[in-house]
Every structure is written in C-alpha cells, then in structure tokens.
Design a protein around this ligand. Sequence first.
Ligand code: UGA
Length: 437
Amino acid sequence: MPYRLTVIGTGYLGITHASCMADLGFDVLGLDIDADKVRRLNSGELPIHEPGLEPVLRRGLDSGRLRFTTSYEEAAAFGDVHFVCVGTPQKRGEYAADVSYMDSAIESLAPHLDRECLVVGKSTVPVGTAERLADLLARLAPAGVEVELAWNPEFLREGYAVEDTLKPDRIVIGVRSERAEKMLREVYQPLGDIPMVVTDFATSELVKTAANAFLATKISFINAMAEVCEAAHADVTQLSKALSYDDRIGGRFLNAGLGFGGGCLPKDIRAFMARAGELGADQALTFLREVDAINMRRRARMVDLARELAGGSFHGCTVGVLGAAFKPNSDDIRDSPALDVAVTIGAQGGQVTVYDPIALGNARKAHPELHYGESALEAVRGAHVVLLLTEWPEFVDLDPEELGKVVAARRIVDGRNALNTETWRSAGWHYRALGRP
Ligand code: UGA
C-alpha cells in the first residue's frame, strides 16, 4: 500500500504539494485552520493565482484522492507521512523569522498521533529549528508510538510551482534514520530519477537559506553593476548579456531592474542574518546586509527617476503604474517592489493609478489609498509619467503609439529593462530605464 500523506498548511507551497502528490497517485489530506479556505479548496476553488495548479487540484478532488480538512485529529488518523508547509514570515520589527506556526502545527498534531508515522518539515526555517521540533514532537507524541521528524526543504518558484514540484532539479532530505530516508525515497519515487542529497537536519535547513541567499546576491550583484553603469553612462543590460555567456556566471537571475521582493527572498536573507548572529557567525553574512541595501536602493532610485521625469516634484503629477505583483505570473504582493514604489510616490504627493493583470484585488485590499485601473490603458490615461514595475508579458507587448494617445506626456521609466528602447523612443517617448544611459 502506498503511504497516505497529509499536507499541513495550504499556502502556495501546501496547495501545490498536496495537489501534485495526489496527481502522482497518493491519497492526500490537506489541512488548514482557515475553515473558509478549506471549504473553497474542497469545492475546487484556488485561493491563489498559480498557473496550471487549478486543473491539478480538481483532478485530485475528482479522483477522490485529495480532500481538505480543519481537523488535526482526522489528519493524525489518516497520515503515514505528514508534510508541514506552514508559513514562516518575518517577525514584526525584527529580522528573525516567526516560526510559531510551525510550533503550533506540531503541538496540534503530535498529541493525536497514535500510529507509526513520519513528520516532514518543508517550510523555510532558521537552522536548528528541526532539531528543536524533533524534541517537541518526541515530547508531545503519545508514549510508545513510533514518530519521527525529517526535513525536506522546498525550492519551488511561484508561477512555476507545479512544474517545479513534479520536475524538481534536486530533492534534499535531512534525516536521522534509515527508516525516514527509506520512507521519503518511496514518496518521491514516482518523480523518477531526481538527484537526491541525503544529509543531516542542519545541512538540509541551510541548503534552502543558502540557495535563496545566493539568488538574492546574484540579483543584487547585477543591480550594483546597474548603479555603476548609471554613474559611468554604461548599459547594464548589455553588460549582463556579455557576462551571461560565461557558463560559470550564467544569465539566469542576472536581470537588473527594480530588484527582488516576494514572500521569500527578502525575509529569508534577513532571517538568515539574524540566525547567524545568534550562532556567533554574523560576520559570515554581513555581505547580505549590503545585498538587502542594494535591493532597497533600487526602489529609491526608481522613485527618484520618476520624480525627475515629473519635473522635480510629484505634486500635481499623475503617475500610471503598470504592475503590482512582486513578479509576473503571480498575484502575490508580499514585499512587492512595484507596490512599494507606487505607495512611496503616492505619499510624496503623486496621483497614482495602478494596474496589474492578476494582483489588482490583493493590491486594492492592502492599499486602498491608491487608485486602480481595470486595464493598462486606463491606468496610464492622463499620466505625466508611466512606470513599468512588473514585467508581465502584456506590458512588454504594449503598443507605444496606442499608449501615447491617452497619456498626458510620453514619459516612461522601465523598471524591469523589459521594453524595446528603440520602439518606444521612435514613438516619441522619453524612455528611461534603471542602469542604462
Ligand atoms: C524564490 C526562489 O527562486 C525559489 O527557489 C524558492 O523556493 C522560493 O523563493 C521560496 O523560498 O519559497 P519566488 O519567491 O517565487 O522564488 O520568486 P523568484 O522567481 O525567485 O523571484 C524573486 C524576486 O526576484 C522577484 O521579485 C523577481 O522580480 C526578482 N528577480 C528575479 C530580479 O529582480 N531579477 C532577476 O534576474 C530574477
């Protein structure tokens, strides 16, 4: 009999993991403490925007292999392997991660466990958390029940979550026993021949934070080069292209622009620094402070460029903002550079109208003080300055002539180096971009 799986926490990670595992043939029970979310999921409604996920969710529900509950008792009775996928956000006013949802999940599940099982942490956590949670689990699980913890970080990207889950480039597991390794190998066996790194708890936790720290560093590296390019009248897009031909460097995550945001990279590098500090290894990660600072400076630079184009002040100026999501193909606005810039310009007196193909609803809820348009054309109507802040394909394909007819002035800042400079300039636009002359 294949293992029965539970997935605790139904955010981007949990919904995707639960749906994909059901698609691979496992019986899966998803759990969330949000009853409304559970109801929506059980009726096949996706509470997030994730391309390609809804059909997988529905297939799971229709096959009878997937359903969702709010009951830990039911989850404990159901599962051989419990995946914990709850959020670990940044603590308010601190760099450190808030792992309290992780603790609550274990505290709620453990007392109900009355049969042999494996509890697997997937969330991104500060190194050392798995060891602490393993103790907590051992303390709270009823005596005599064979219950054990393993760690299995997740590397999926929003927008490509299904693909990344079904075709991961590696699987990393931190285990304390051969039994745990064997169980996880069996769970992932249907994925085929994926490179697997089997290691200890601490290393497996660190792989995840190190990977995100590296990606953030790569983006901030090219954005630092953009700053130098701006000072030296050089072009960072050509610089980046030339660097990318060196296989050792590679072109991915080397796009200069407004920098990184989202629910992972920014908070993960901060939590990593905080944890290194606790461990007495803070010096090793002081460079991440600079990575963070470079990233935040891009947002400030964007606001400065927009103000320059507006004639030195945003007062009396209408600004059309294209993009609210932290990246294309997502409705996620957590720490979105685009919204951050829009809000700052609004606070400095600009009349800002934002449009995003998918994230408009989330943006409206979070920032009711901004104006919103139902299309790109509506957002830029009457604008003195247009800002492209998230590189959705529909923005990249915009016709500068058509847009030019509705704006008050043909001025645009391309915050993602996504537009064709020549096309826009030859249509009479004053085109500026980050890191380019
Ligand atoms: C990131 C990692 O890429 C995943 O591997 C990881 O699993 C995930 O975090 C996580 O920890 O859960 P994600 O947050 O979905 O995934 O977004 P990315 O695709 O990494 O993009 C992050 C940000 O970097 C976006 O704001 C994007 O616009 C920006 N970016 C990316 C750049 O500014 N330049 C680039 O060249 C690439």
